[in-house]
Design a binder for this molecule. Structure first.
Ligand code: FAD
Length: 490
């Protein structure tokens, strides 16, 4: 029987899916509506500055290493990365500052000196985070939650033994507040809910496993910027024999009974024995399968937050800033209430700045910096984004100028802006959500769409809108889980 697979979308999950299927012996075609691979993981140049357009934080490089190992090639021939000594530079609204050193002991010491937090509390928290990740997180990242037969009983028993009721029934914020004596430490550890676009005041304390990834395992920097991940995976896919069709949106998935038979693009029809959609699962149902009722069912789960991004070429170099920087708002709870309940932009939002020229000065003109400035905003529900962008820019400039003691506006040499509407139009992510659905409910993990279709036996799903969720590591895991299911059903 012919083994032909079609992957719809060349996002990071689509690229990984194409590599894994090619290595299983499928002849793979990838259809991508854009002229470039990577989806959100893309880049652009403007006036001598290089900007990564989307993701900036790189954790768990093992997910990428796995693909090269599986293909039997040396990763060094495609991709180079290094561990970053300081995960993040934190600036609190009250003027306090903390460097999150990659070395946990040094970080604990810094938290004691700068905030008065007990180093033993930090060490205990990070140990708990590791235990939780190893027992529950890794289980959830390895398997489809919708195929209980894939789980080993011993792993499940171990996971259940680790999950204390507090992890499910307390919010991350409440849990953190009980752990730390300072408000700053609570805010710092609350921030991890935003790693999958969730609200720390609603999301379960289970998300306290996320700091393990950054603080115990470390954060990394890919040489050449985040775009190097896309370039490496695209090249590996080509070397594995995958064929790419760019500027080629799929408009329909063709079906016959309980099977898919191929896809239709604007110009052609292509047949395949297996189809993987890397498109947001909502749009896959709505447009490609034309099943409005199923599309609406996906929407029962709350969408993750979105973002406003200002890409600024800055005619100055700031010694106090690093690769990742956070300027916290003074009232985090109100900020999240406005984003998730109010559907609006908070008046004085937390600001994240990523500066890759700190790692590679050549990514900006000499003596200057390429700032990726992001604030969390609600997913698009028809808000007036033109007005909100102006308001956000004003408050962002005020906050950073105050914290750095320098007027930033006159230093901006060049600017580009990304908003929820452009995030949706560039990558077909419904409402411009960064991470598909949020994890604000304790059962969110179980309600996320599976990596396979219950309706069509040869249709699969990968990417941020399906299990295990958004963010590069999880998207890469979605491709691995899909590939395992395909291999088992062969
Ligand atoms: P996408 O990247 O959305 O790719 C889907 C692809 O499918 C796109 O290329 C799209 O054009 C294509 N497509 C859609 N429909 C069709 C069709 N009908 N036919 C053909 N092609 C189609 N994650 C992190 O890990 N760290 C971060 O720091 C981080 N920061 C982020 C910041 C921003 C501003 C954004 C936007 C995201 C961020 N994320 C981060 C999230 C991360 O980028 C995503 O979770 C991940 O890249 C999603 O990958 P994906 O493969 O699911 O989908």
């Amino acid at each position: 029987m012919s083994k032909e697979a079609i992957v719809i979308g060349a996002g990071v999950a689509g690229l990984a899916a194409s590599i894994r299927l090619a290595l299983q012996g499928f002849s793979v075609r990838v259809f991508e509506k854009n002229s470039y691979p990577g989806g959100k993981l893309s880049d652009f140049h403007q006036d001598g500055y290089h900007f990564d357009a989307g993701p900036s934080l790189f954790t768990q490089p093992g997910n990428i290493e796995d693909l090269f190992e599986l293909a039997g090639v040396k990763i060094e021939d495609y991709f180079h990365y290094e561990q970053v000594p300081i995960a993040c530079h934190y600036f609190f609204a009250n003027g306090k500052k903390v460097k999150a050193w990659a070395d946990p002991n040094r970080f604990s010491e810094e938290m004691k000196q700068e905030l008065g937090e007990d180093p033993q509390t930090i060490a205990r928290y990070l140990k708990q985070s590791k235990r939780l990740y190893n027992a529950v997180g890794s289980l959830f990242l390895k398997h489809s939650l919708h195929r209980p037969t894939d789980f080993k009983l011993s792993e499940v028993v171990h996971a259940l033994g680790t999950v204390r009721p507090a992890y499910l029934f307390q919010s991350l914020h409440r849990f953190n507040k009980q752990q730390f004596k300072t408000e700053e430490a609570t805010q710092l550890f609350n921030r991890y809910a935003t790693y999958n676009g969730s609200n720390p005041y609603k999301a379960p304390a289970m998300l306290s496993l996320i700091p393990h990834l950054e603080m115990n395992e470390g954060t990394f920097y890919p040489k050449g910027g985040m775009i190097s991940i896309t370039k490496a995976l695209h090249q590996l896919a080509i070397d594995c024999g995958v064929t790419f069709h760019f500027n080629c949106p799929v408009v329909k998935i063709l079906t016959e009974g309980r099977k898919t038979t191929g896809v239709q693009t604007a110009e052609n029809t292509y047949t395949a024995s297996l189809i993987v959609s890397n498109q947001d699962v909502y749009f896959t149902y709505k447009h490609l399968l034309q099943q409005e009722a199923r599309a609406q069912k996906v929407l029962k789960q709350e969408r993750s937050s979105s973002a406003l991004i200002f890409y600024w070429g800055i005619n100055h170099s700031f010694q106090e800033l690093g690769l990742h920087n956070i300027f916290f708002s003074s009232d985090y709870q109100s900020e999240f209430r406005d984003i998730f309940q109010g559907g609006k932009l908070y008046k004085d939002p937390t600001v994240y700045i990523n500066i890759t020229s700190k790692m590679e000065p050549g990514l900006a003109p000499e003596g200057k910096e390429n700032w990726f400035v992001m604030v969390n905003v609600p997913a698009n529900k028809g808000q007036d984004w033109e007005r909100l962008k102006l308001e956000a820019k004003k408050s962002v400039l005020k906050r950073i100028s105050q914290a750095l003691g320098t007027e930033i506006d006159p230093l901006i040499e060049t600017e580009a802006i990304l908003d929820p509407i452009t995030i949706e139009s560039k990558t077909m992510s419904y409402m411009g959500s960064l991470y598909g659905t949020s994890s604000n409910s304790k059962l969110a993990a179980f309600f996320r769409h599976p990596n396979f279709s219950k309706q069509y036996s040869n249709l699969y799903f990968v990417g941020g809108s399906v299990h295990p969720g958004g963010g590069i590591p999880l998207c890469l895991r979605s491709a691995a889980i899909m590939s395992d299911i395909v291999a088992k059903s062969a």
